[in-house]
Design a protein around this ligand. Structure first.
Ligand code: L34
Length: 278
């Protein structure tokens, strides 16, 4: 029987710390949240981010733009937010409608307001190990691993997925803590065998029921970054929870695992941005 890692509780602790610091120092901190179009999941995530801002005493400024927004219009908004002193952090929720090039938008955000840590400058700094912001989802995963009392040093860690947003930075953060890291992807040969080596298995694939019991070593820590809908439109992760849970030592649920942590780390980054700018 695995112990469940309570992402809600760990994220609440992080948010409490952010709030306590903002209150005790009397800081004025602002986050601009930009959402383009009518993606339902994005709407939920953005609402959760706004709620978290309230909990932390961060002022949120929402910009909800229509589906047909042009790239130029969005880039102009980013310029305005870059120059607005009340805005310490800029978050442009992804994915964006297809007429807008995400790379161009990310590149336009001032690196000192880039609370997602998606800008090439911040990605580069993370790679060197000298960073201002950590990417929210991977940083949240590290917090969840720490919450189990596990020392990552020397552990075999396997990350499934190689996206710029999760897989690649995830591997880097594990490496910074002296793990032996393997990144798997769609071309990996004998994925199950590679995963079975993992003391810590992080799945960021985006497919329901992708991680099955035969891919998990007895006693492994299993972190599920997936955020999928199954056939009944129910939210579920990448991990076939019912069969993997008995083998794992610790496992994250979906919902209530990595998702809330992503948001808590965004709050932390927004506070860090405030310091960076003052
Ligand atoms: N720019 N785009 C940008 N930054 C990000 O960090 C994200 N991400 C991903 C999608 N696009 C982004 C998020 O915010 C995924 N993501 C995210 C954030 C929060 C939650 C899920 C994904 C979340 O709140 N999850 C809840 C359940 C939500 C529900 O009920 O649908 C949970 O408990 O997991």
């Amino acid at each position: 029987m695995a112990k469940l890692i309570d992402g809600k509780a760990v994220s609440q602790k992080v948010k409490d710390e952010v709030r306590a610091e903002i209150e005790s120092k009397g800081l004025k901190v602002g986050l601009a949240v930009v959402i383009v179009g009518n993606n339902q999941a994005s709407r939920v995530y953005v609402n959760n981010k706004k709620k978290a801002c309230e909990v932390c005493g961060i002022q949120s400024f929402e910009y909800a733009l229509p589906e047909e927004t042009t790239e130029k219009e969005l880039l102009d908004l980013v310029d305005t937010l870059n120059n607005d002193p009340k805005v310490n952090g800029i978050l442009v929720q992804l994915p964006l409608p297809k007429q807008i090039n995400e790379e161009n938008v990310i590149a336009r955000i001032s690196p000192i307001k880039d609370v997602d840590a998606f800008h090439a400058v911040n990605v580069g700094k993370i790679m060197i190990g000298n960073y201002s912001f950590l990417p929210c989802t991977p940083a949240g995963v590290m917090e969840l691993i720490h919450s189990t009392g596990t020392d990552v040093t020397g552990k075999e860690c396997v990350v499934i997925g190689r996206s710029n947003i999760v897989g690649k930075p995830m591997a880097m953060l594990l490496l910074h803590e002296n793990a032996t890291v393997t990144i798997c992807h769609s071309r990996t040969k004998d994925l199950a065998a590679v995963c079975r080596r993992a003391d810590i298995l992080v799945s960021a694939v985006g497919k329901a029921d992708f991680v099955t019991a035969d891919m998990v070593k007895d006693g492994a820590i299993v972190i599920d970054v997936g955020m999928n809908r199954n056939a009944e439109n129910k939210l579920c992760g990448d991990v076939k929870f019912d069969e993997v849970e008995p083998k794992a030592s610790y496992i994250t649920p979906v919902p209530g695992g990595v998702g809330p942590m992503t948001i808590a780390m965004l709050m932390k980054n927004t506070l860090a941005a405030k310091y960076l700018q003052s």
